[in-house]
Design a protein around this ligand. Structure first.
Ligand code: NAD
Ligand code: MG
Length: 393
């Protein structure tokens, strides 16, 4: 039996890498639905190649353009529009596996729909877990959904945990060590970072990724979000999750045990490895990634994170500790600030200033429902926009 897959965010970096892996194994996978946003031409090409039953976009005009391209190519994929359609293809009874690879809070509804429907969920959209951790993990338990992390660090930790981790709770694990490359501005101070351009911030030294996560890597907010993500996925307090700077991005993360052992997962910085791992789990299959040549690499370096010049990391630890809707507020303020930086409205270092301001001003609460999480998200966005308007003036 082939695994039937819905791929949310098919046109993005993770989406393209996922289709690359799937294409290597036509005997194992069948694409049920693909989603995209603005890049309808790429989505059309993907539909023509993979012949999914559905393609989902958010805008009616884009849907018309996509349909025209598909009919011209005699492709029978049906085009659906809107966020409810995203949830429908994520929870359809015909689907076994959902890859959640939409960027940001926009992925929350469809990711949650997949979890609630008990799907095997390949989680790239870390923002949804950061925003709604409690409700997300409750839904996992209730539906029996299997969550497999795609984020390379979390996928590495998943691979290094003992089989008994869930059963006897911890299985001798004492700490999680999250690797961080340090991004393009590793070793810089804040003054030097002030005038950097979006192109410089997006030029990651090791990974080719979408713009938003690339900027997050440059501010180290990405690592902060990953600390929160790891806390939920592996039921660990943030105090037992350390960040280790490792510029080569070969060790993707580590698990420390009470007996002094440290287990690590190594590989090239290529997302096809965690994607193939999660798609094939609990088996293994080829991903197209070359073997690692340790002799050619010859050295691996490590350092402590620079919290003074990269304040976003400490803010994320603070949000994890505060709990409630603090991580959702952190995420919302960050998304607005990153977009403002990409739109050349604020400086790079002002991303952290906006987030810090909102975290100081916002009154946190405990969201009891997804609607409440969305409300906190919306309120934090309004506050962030107002703050950015003031900075601009
Ligand atoms: P990307 O920007 O390359 O792609 C984003 C995808 O989301 C695209 O398909 C786009 O069409 C879709 N999208 C954007 N806005 C949308 C909206 N409002 N509604 C619906 N769809 C929308 O991003 P990416 O680098 O592929 O990252 C995707 C997710 O995976 C992010 O959450 C990111 O943090 C996570 N992730 C990425 C990497 C990586 O190496 N790229 C690694 C780890 C985790
Ligand atoms: Mg990562």
């Amino acid at each position: 039996m082939r695994q039937t897959i819905t791929l949310l965010g098919a046109t993005g970096t993770i989406g393209v890498n996922t289709l690359d892996v799937i294409e290597r194994h036509p005997d194992r996978f069948e694409v049920f639905a693909l989603s995209g946003h603005r890049q309808f031409q790429r989505l059309a090409q993907q539909c023509i190649r993979h012949q999914p039953r559905y393609a989902v976009v958010l805008d009616a005009q884009i849907a018309l353009k996509l349909s025209a391209l598909l009919s011209a190519a005699a492709c029978t994929t049906e085009v659906l529009v809107g966020t409810q359609a995203l949830c429908d293809v994520a929870s359809d009874p015909c689907v076994d596996t959902v890859m959640a690879a939409i960027v940001g809070a926009a992925g929350l509804g469809s990711t949650m729909a997949a979890v609630r429907a008990g799907k095997k969920l390949l989680l790239a959209n870390k923002e949804s877990l950061v925003m709604a951790g409690t409700l997300f993990m409750q839904a996992v338990v209730e539906s029996g959904s299997m969550v497999l992390p795609i984020d390379s660090e979390h996928n590495a930790i998943f691979q290094c945990l003992p089989v008994s981790y869930a059963d006897d709770h911890r299985g001798g694990v004492s700490k999680l060590l999250l690797s961080a490359s340090g991004g393009p501005f590793r070793g810089w101070d804040r003054d030097r970072m002030r005038g950097v351009t979006p192109a410089e911030a997006c030029a990651h030294p090791q990974w080719a990724m979408g713009d938003k996560i690339s900027v997050d890597s440059a501010t180290m907010m990405n690592k902060g979000l990953e600390v929160i993500e790891a806390g939920w996925l592996f039921d660990m307090p943030a105090s037992k999750i350390d960040v280790v700077i490792h510029p080569q991005s070969i060790i993707h993360s580590m698990v420390q045990y009470v007996d002094g052992s440290v287990l690590a997962q190594l590989g090239h910085p290529d997302m096809r490895t965690p994607i193939a791992h999660a798609l094939a789990w609990p088996e293994r299959m080829a991903s197209g990634v070359e073997d690692l040549d340790l002799v050619a690499l010859s050295r691996l370096d490590f350092a402590a994170p620079d919290e003074r010049n990269f304040p976003c990391l400490a803010m994320a630890y603070g949000a994890a500790k505060a709990g409630g809707d603090a991580p959702a507020v952190l995420n919302a303020a960050n998304e607005i600030a990153v977009q403002a930086f990409l739109d050349l409205r604020i400086d790079f270092t002002e991303i952290a200033e906006v987030v810090e301001h909102i975290m100081n001003e916002y009154r946190f609460s405990e969201p009891e429902s997804l609607a409440a999480v969305e409300e906190s998200d919306a309120r934090a966005r309004v506050m962030s926009v107002a703050r950015i308007d003031r900075i601009e003036r």
